[in-house]
Every structure is written in C-alpha cells, then in structure tokens.
Design a protein around this ligand. Sequence first.
Ligand SMILES: [Zn+2]
Length: 61
Amino acid sequence: MRVVEEIVVDCPACAEPFALEADVDAEEQSHFVSCPICGRALEIFVRCKAGEVLSSSVSVD
Ligand SMILES: [Zn+2]
C-alpha cells in the first residue's frame, strides 16, 4: 500500500512555504523539484518511519 503524506517545506531561496507529497513508505527519499514561487531547483530530503514523516531538509541545487 502506498501512503502519501503532504508536507510543507520552506524554500531556502525565497523563504516561501510550499507543499509537497512525500511517500511515507520509504525511509529515506530525495525529491528534485522547482520552487513553485521562485522557480529555483531544490533538493528535498525526507526521512520517514512507520508511516510518519520524521524530518525534512531542503537545499538549493
Ligand atoms: Zn522559492
């Protein structure tokens, strides 16, 4: 079963928060996305355990 949870992260380039879907079945995952506000390429690293998001961090690619 695939479980997706929405998380909100702050863009490090423009400081605006935006939402993204994380797959909480995966313990560690990276998402490569463009900020919907400023368009910068971002790498978002998410750690999950037992169906919950433990932490997330964002860096400018
Ligand atoms: Zn941004």
